[in-house]
Ligand binder design. Structure first.
Ligand code: SF4
Length: 341
């Protein structure tokens, strides 16, 4: 099998405040292949955004520190590169878009200026050439009349249009990997769907790979091939999107799926939620990190940390119990047992 485009290997990230060390990411490992879309899901504080921002070393250091692990891109460990070398990778090879386009765009410059500046920061091209490229990028992301809109300021665009501009900036240097951190959270539902469709279209057109960070499982269903579920800085389940929806194995994944709004749901019905809160990562965690919230916890869960093990090809889970009782519970909740005969 060919080498993955990006490989995160046993990543550990800590935040130090005074004498307190918060272990935000604890041994995360995954691979992203060419033209593959991976979704990373989990509640706030699960470590998904810290994992993503660590790839481009955009975490504020201090207080953050990559304590262990490696991040290989095209076989090269990004953590061993100089600041100058990592700057060349940012934007050129791996690009990132953030949640709120209104804070990511500079209000005092036109969108054209911001696009042209990004293009010229990475490529030695004339202003005229950069302007042509900027217009074609605005066109690519579906901004109408791009030759006119290029001279407008961010406040003259709607929220959805501003996020399209952010995507255009991220694509300015034809990256191989696009990291999208909650790219649709600040948008209303209709615009969310348009942005997700656009990202899917662009991924196919430009043959990119995407890492989509979200707390919303609905977002990844349409756009991703593979999902990682993160909890307390660890990956607790990973599988193809289809397997994860049809055969979720971790009680935390069940909780996330149960807390999604379904099409049949009556608007007056309260949404299900996972009781309790995630553990304080500034304390050492003994046993399973989900133990205090898990209705299936047993003695061993308090004593021993479950490792992420593959149960079927491509589907891995970190839970001590994959017993018939768990399978039965899953069926009762209406998830398939994978028997398609
Ligand atoms: Fe629940 Fe135990 Fe599995 Fe953790 S290891 S998810 S506590 S059953």
């Amino acid at each position: 099998m060919s080498e993955p485009l990006l490989k995160i290997d046993n990543l550990h990230v800590e935040f130090k405040t005074g004498s307190i060390i918060t272990r935000a990411v604890n041994g995360v490992t995954f691979e992203l292949n060419k033209q593959e879309n991976i979704g990373i899901v989990g509640e706030s504080g699960s470590g998904k955004s810290v994992t993503a921002t660590s790839i481009l070393q955009l975490i504020p250091s201090p207080p953050a520190k990559i304590a262990n692990g490696a991040i290989y891109f095209k076989g090269k460990n990004l953590l061993e590169l100089s600041t100058k070398e990592i700057r060349k990778i940012r934007g050129n090879e791996i690009s990132m878009i953030f949640q709120d386009p209104s804070t990511s765009l500079n209000p005092v410059f036109t969108v054209g200026n911001q696009l042209i500046e990004t293009i010229r920061a990475h490529k030695k091209v004339s202003k005229k050439h950069a302007k042509q490229k900027a217009i074609s990028l605005l066109d690519l992301v579906g901004i109408p009349a791009p030759d006119k809109r290029i001279d407008m300021y961010p406040h003259e665009f709607s929220g959805g249009m501003r996020q399209r501009v952010m995507i255009a900036i991220a694509l300015a240097c034809d990256p191989k990997v696009l990291i999208a951190d909650e790219p649709t959270t600040a948008l209303d539902v209709t615009v969310q769907a348009q942005i997700l469709n656009l990202m899917k279209e662009l991924q196919e057109k430009l043959a990119m790979s995407i890492i989509m960070i979200t707390h919303d499982l609905g977002v990844v269903w349409e756009t991703c091939d593979k999902l990682l579920v993160m909890y307390a800085g660890r990956v607790v389940e990973s599988a193809s999107v289809k397997d994860l929806y049809q055969q979720p194995l971790h009680p935390y994944t069940w909780g996330l799926l149960d807390s999604q709004i379904s099409e049949e749901q009556n608007s007056s019905e309260p949404l299900a939620s996972i009781p309790g809160s995630p553990p304080d990562l500034s304390y050492e965690i003994k046993g399973c990190p989900f133990v205090e919230r898990c209705p299936y916890a047993q003695e061993i869960c308090y004593q021993k940390t479950p490792q992420l093990n593959e149960t079927t090809p491509g589907h891995a889970v970190a839970c001590h119990f994959q017993t018939s009782e768990h399978q039965l519970e899953r069926k009762e909740r209406g998830y398939s047992d994978g028997d398609t005969t």
